[in-house]
Design a protein around this ligand. Structure first.
Ligand code: ADP
Ligand code: MG
Length: 356
């Protein structure tokens, strides 16, 4: 893998870079999104070294052209963040010789999601080299992430480099005690991570909807709380693992468990206090409703107060951290949801493999 950071000006100057990023965030949140703020240093690095940049991304899950899913508004958003013009290119209009351009939503074209070679080759013809800075889509095989690397010299962008460095630090050289905090809605998304860390971690602090599956495995009632039927064998097996720590009390409303209780928050906070490495994915409760956000908020506070090296990620979990980004040198907030979970599960992500 070659890191963009290590290229010399000579290797970049006067060339056109195709830069794959992930602009697939809500327009309203765009200016605070780590996925967007995280790519600005890469764009500045490229133009600072005399390259032209063509930004590539997808948005949503369109079926052919769909104006509502156009990336056009993001040209303005990027332009105001960079304080530079960003020229928008839809597929009909031709190219301008501008310093920074943004290509229309690649998923409007069929080849993108199929990782189609012919389509990748056409894309590649628009530039001289390729940079992947879209960690959060690197677990999917798409033409602008994987196949394109067959046709151009391809490099790791600054955001992707940061993700790889921090996530592998939490995995390989993690200082003990290593505490994995897992919450959120679906345990099936997190089985790979649990399996990969079941020997490395010292504690799994379980909260959120995934705790309900462990209660079921113990034969306990969960009322109308959310759960996943098909994971019962896994949770039964995992109950034998002493590292799995379950909540000791809950906040319940209308027969639903919606947050971890105050004793659990205290119990978990004490374990977090002594951790040297922390991995957190998944809120501790139905935090979208303020009444059930307390567990997640106090756990977040405990992580921020600890001196541990912490990796926090997942779409909802990262949004809980949105006001702390960049302020805590020992806390890394990943831009990946599924990509982070697969990386921490020890899987090789196709978009990263393609850069080797
Ligand atoms: P992330 O996106 O950070 O990986 P998930 O997608 O796994 O997290 O889960 C986030 C969702 O889980 C949130 O929308 C939250 O409301 C929901 N959730 C957590 N605990 C509960 C609960 N006890 N009951 C219902 N929903 C919950
Ligand atoms: Mg989510």
């Amino acid at each position: 893998m070659i890191f963009l950071r290590n290229l010399s000006k000579k290797e970049i100057f006067g060339k056109t870079c195709l830069l794959r990023v992930d602009l697939n965030v809500s327009e309203k949140e765009a200016k605070n999104s780590l996925r967007i703020l995280g790519i600005l240093p890469t764009i500045k690095f490229l133009i600072g070294n005399g390259a032209k940049v063509v930004i590539l991304s997808h948005r949503g899950r369109p079926n052919g052209f769909d104006k509502k899913q156009s990336l056009k508004p993001f040209a303005k958003i990027l332009s105001s963040l960079l304080k530079k013009p960003v020229h928008f290119i839809d597929f009909k209009k031709g190219f301008k010789n501008s310093e920074i351009s943004l290509l229309e939503n690649l998923r409007f074209l069929a080849g993108e999601e199929k990782n189609d070679k012919k389509f990748a080759k056409q894309l590649a013809s628009l530039g001289d080299f390729f940079v992947n800075d879209a960690f959060s889509v690197s677990h999917r095989n798409a033409a602008s992430v994987s196949a394109i690397t067959k046709f151009l010299p391809s490099y790791v962008g600054l955001l992707l480099e940061n993700e790889i460095k921090n996530l592998s630090l939490a995995m390989a050289k993690s200082k003990k005690p290593l505490v994995v905090i897992l919450g959120g809605a679906k345990i099936s998304d997190k089985i790979g991570l649990i399996e990969n860390f079941k020997n490395k971690a010292d504690y799994f602090l379980i909260g959120g909807g995934i705790a309900h599956n462990f209660l079921l495995a113990q034969g306990l009632p969960i009322g109308d709380s959310i759960f996943e039927e098909k994971t019962i064998n896994f949770t039964k097996k995992m109950l034998k693992n002493k590292k799995i720590i379950l909540p000791v009390d809950y906040i319940i409303k209308d027969r639903k468990i919606l947050d971890i209780g105050p004793n659990t928050v205290k119990y978990y906070s004490d374990i977090i206090k002594n951790a040297k490495t922390i991995i957190w994915n998944g809120p501790m409760g139905y935090f979208e409703n303020k009444k059930f956000a307390k567990g997640s908020k106090i756990i977040k506070g405990a992580i921020l107060n600890s001196k541990a090296f912490s990796v926090v990620g997942g779409g909802e979990t990262a949004s809980l951290m949105s006001n702390v980004k960049g302020q805590m040198p020992n806390v890394f907030i990943s831009t990946g949801g599924g990509a982070m979970l697969e990386y921490l599960a020890g899987k090789k992500l196709p978009g990263i493999k393609a850069l080797k």
